[in-house]
Design a protein around this ligand. Sequence first.
Ligand code: FDA
Ligand code: NAP
Length: 471
Amino acid sequence: MSSLPSGGSSDGPDGDTSPPTSLPTHDLIGIGFGPSNLALAIAAVEHNGQANDAERVAVRFFERQPAFGWHRGMLLDDATMQVSFLKDLVTLRNPASSFSFLSYLHDRGRLVDFINHKTLFPLRLDFHAYLEWAAARVADLVDWGHEVTRIEPVMSDDEVVAVDVTARELTPDGTGREVTYRARNVVIGTGLQPRFPQGISGSEHVWHNQQLLHRVEEIDGQAAKRFVVVGAGQSAAEVTAFLHQRFADAEVVSVFSRYGYSPADDSPFANRIFDPNAVDDFFEAPASVKEMLMGYHANTNYSVVDGELIEELYRRQYQEKVVGRERLTMMNVARVEAVREQGGSVAVTVRSLTSDRTFDLDADLAVFATGYDPVDPLPLLGGLGAYCPPDHNGRLKVQRDYRVVTTPGIRCGIYLQGGTEHTHGLSSSLLSTIAVRAGEILASVVSGISTARLPQGGAKAPVAALRHLIS
Ligand code: FDA
Ligand code: NAP
């Protein structure tokens, strides 16, 4: 891997926080090191392995977690992947890569056992271990435990020629140092953040499902009498099943506006909406067709549940009816409107959509499995945001190669991994296309820098030289 000396650093909050005026310039700095930027790091490593000096890229990543972790709060023992393992970090871009899920299984001595299992959908625990295994192999490219706090333009002759990306080291006492790296390109892969219904926020007895396993030990299993789970998506169904099984004496009330949990459409023709080619179709389509496609196929992903889990929850509920001890309740055609902490419990205000009446449910805990939003990149971009004219809905405009559309006067590239559902479609926040997307972003970066880096304005890397990045 092409590497550069470390960036500038400064002391904690009381020290001088301005970066040195001259810093080595990386070709690419990635913000966040979830699966998306991990796939990009691997693409860079594989590219550098076969590129000549002029095309090699110096890349570095910041990740705020102290070590690799993928939605650890929902890493339930029996949860399975919602995507084929063949849509791993690399296979759709480079089926011969040594970073594939199959290579991981081989490394762990489990390949034959997995084949006999006859599934495309491994346990999330297994896939998480795969991601950790892959991340460990490129860990030297990452500053772990570093949260990026700002990105600032580096000016030359009234042009933005690079960006300074500054991160604070997260230490328990808050005195971590700041580190700044300069880069020609920045790739924002900061993922998703929990969404609560309007007017509701997290508290002692009100959690988002993202926190589930981080906080579940706080619950007194002997005393807990009732849990409320809000939502009808995959998260809600998984949390409902988990709490019902773990707290064998407590009631679990699942509140949602549908009549019943609905299965995710993973039939083969509909599943094509997650194909790499579908990104081209979606990108080119007019806004009205984009909206139509999202409407038709939202049920491949949003507010839907894996069929087997639906069957399992139904089986449990029916069994309880037979036995005569009913702990699992579905409060359907209803929405949660408010919550009120009341000492050791929470009052959850539910509106029945059939009667239009509201009533309060007292619970030991309310878990909101009410979805996620992509993290808005604009606060991080700070002053650079002025170079990124928004669309008529206030969202960033993004090119097909995931580069944010910018005004003249800025030469560096700002790329998005995630947060592009409005331009690139449903797979934006999912794993389905991350291998291919990483290759496309890297090809765009390499083609841009080969021009900028050569002294006499060398030619762009010929497309043939980048074939290995674009499947
Ligand atoms: P992701 O959110 O994974 O990573 C972003 C990273 O950026 C995090 O590690 C975060 O700490 C870091 N970060 C954020 N801000 C930062 C900052 N300022 N500085 C430094 N670091 C920062 N999809 C799918 O296709 N199949 C599936 O089976 C599943 N399963 C699944 C389960 C659960 C419980 C959830 C919530 C979601 C899924 N998904 C999914 C969708 C999910 O979005 C997807 O799997 C990946 O997490 C997307 O990877 P990213 O790297 O884009 O984001
Ligand atoms: P989601 O699909 O967006 O579902 C959110 C749910 O919350 C919807 O049913 C929504 O109902 C409901 N809701 C919102 N506000 C409400 C209110 N006030 N009252 C009642 N219900 C309310 O979110 P998700 O289930 O977290 O899934 C998000 C992504 O994560 C998906 O891609 C999913 O596949 C993935 N995921 C994967 C796994 C896994 O791999 N095992 C596990 C969990 C999640 P309305 O639609 O009616 O508003």
